[in-house]
Write a protein of this length. Sequence first.
Length: 210
Amino acid sequence: MTDARETVLGRIKDALSLAPAPDVAVPRAYRTGRTLPDDERLALFTDRLVDYKATVHTCTADRTAELVAEVLRERGARRIGVPAGLDARWLEAFDGEVQQDSADIPAPGLDALDGVVTASAVSCAETGTIFLDGSPDQGRRALSLVPDLHVCVVDLSTVETGVPEAVARLVPQRPTTLISGPSATSDIELERVEGVHGPRTLAVVIRTDM
């Protein structure tokens, strides 16, 4: 089987090398530049998040630590993971155990955490999507996928109206994770099942003055 597979793939590779690669012009005429006032953008983003069964909390920047601790307490989270670059002030009101993540911790080991707290890069109000780009305050992909609870802090200033506007703020070379509510899928009877491919619970803390 291995020889046959290599033969077939080899012939495909040879055929592709002989065929001239046509120049393809990809249209980039996306609708861009859309904006909404802060209150309307916040209302739209919140509506989409709630529709995806995420919980949404709003606060001013000076109440970040208080609200993050309150959300963790309500969810019974006593041991949480955080990316190395997360603002330590966000956890000043949390009295549980905080584990700083690193590449040395195997992904299965993250399952022992009650939850994780991260920042975010950009969000899209129209789709209710949060973008993580692996920055130091967001961490590696496994950190936001393995624990059952993800508390994500979003600054309203980073929430764009539409997808093109949000994507334009991303760095293409960075690994990007898109989050639209808690992880969910449907079983064979089309019953919604949450937590299959990621956190069962997504709590979004939106800082309205940032």
